[in-house]
Design a protein around this ligand. Sequence first.
Ligand code: JFZ
Length: 451
Amino acid sequence: MMRGMIKVSTVFCSFLLALMLQTWFSENLAQGSESEAQTPIEAFQQKRFGMFIHWGPVSLRGTEIGWSRGREVPVEEYDRLYTQFNPTEFDAEEWVRLANEAGMKYLVITSRHHDGFSLWDTKFSDYKITRTPFGRDVMRELRDACLKYGIEFSVYYSLCDWYHPDYPLGSPGGKTEKPRSDMPRYYEFVKNQTREILKLYGPLGVFWFDGEWENPWTREYGNELYAYLKRVQPDLVINNRVSKGRRGMAGTTVDIDENAGDFDTPEQRIGTFNRERPWETCMTLGKQWAWKPGEELKSAQESLQTLLRVAGGDGNLLLNVGPRPDGRIDPGQADVLLEMGTWMGRYGDYIYGTRGGPFKPGRWGASTCRNDRIYLFVMDWPRFGELRLPRVPVEIVSYNSLSQAEVTLRQDLTGLYLSRQDNQVREPATVVELRVPGSAFDIEPMAVEEE
Ligand code: JFZ
């Protein structure tokens, strides 16, 4: 039966009543199973969309954080930038309001990147934000703003440090060796700083580690740090870059039983469909993580389609902004996020708290599901005729278009066929809701054949 009932008989009425009762039970009883988070990692997954922030004194030069030290910017000059760093326009609430208006549910700030500069008032280093002309504890202000606006505060922390004398490797890019390093003492520094962050600014949502790929950092250090921090904050979520399992930019985890980490971290790409292992794509709006003047940015439509394909793969999207040296987020970056937020304000409910699938993402689009609903996000209609989706082993009870586009769905033994009444393209997607009997999540995920 598709939308609208054509004729009604007594038998059909009783069937309809039974179906309505089943739907009511499936909606209410299943509610707890899919929309209330049972564990910290499930709560993380349900957020689906977060703001990444890469910021530091390097924004004065507009070059890449960490990586430009000893390349575009001589080491001595890079390390003196903090003496001029005075972002007087910084307003933590403005940043957090932007995240909120974009539809982002968590925020990850670079507390200390590969350049060793700390964005908080750490007692374990003098190379920090409170020793700049600005003098304020940025992380304290961001955390407080996140609490005020209901955005979960999380922290990026680099395990490599090309500035710190005890860390064996230096700039450019870890390609040099320091004369008198002391890795055991550096590891104690890392434990002290990470514990300090949890004590001063916790509880955190996520400790987002990075910089683990270099030789001085070992699996033993990573696995011990993971266990240590989980003892300090048991419900903390930690990514797979704390240990040595992360496989390059793909961000998946090798030897998952040997390498600590709660989720995979594909970078600058949409991760592969995976419901068994939590994952999060991190991505820049331009090409550079830290602010770069005049950089070309991805559009809101492209970024939304990335979010839909990531959520459709059962992943999260951590989308990055690089604030300016004066403390403001570039209006160009803010505009993209605000345009995303307008769409998310209307359709976000079909992304937050859903699971990916059952139709796997592709050029065609993506799908999410929750309880007895499947949400289709059609991004690429066939030039002629209908969009064919694989056959599902249940009868679609009803469907309706959640966008303005008028769509028609028919089902037969060969699959689901979706057509639209007009050729109007709806950016970033035409959204269609399907209702199925029972749990949509239980439908076996299927790939969609692309033309
Ligand atoms: C890392 C950082 O280097 C980068 O600056 C940014 O913070 C990003 C989120 O994380 O990027 C890397 C580093 C190493 C690899 C991939 C991405 N690697 O070894 O494949």
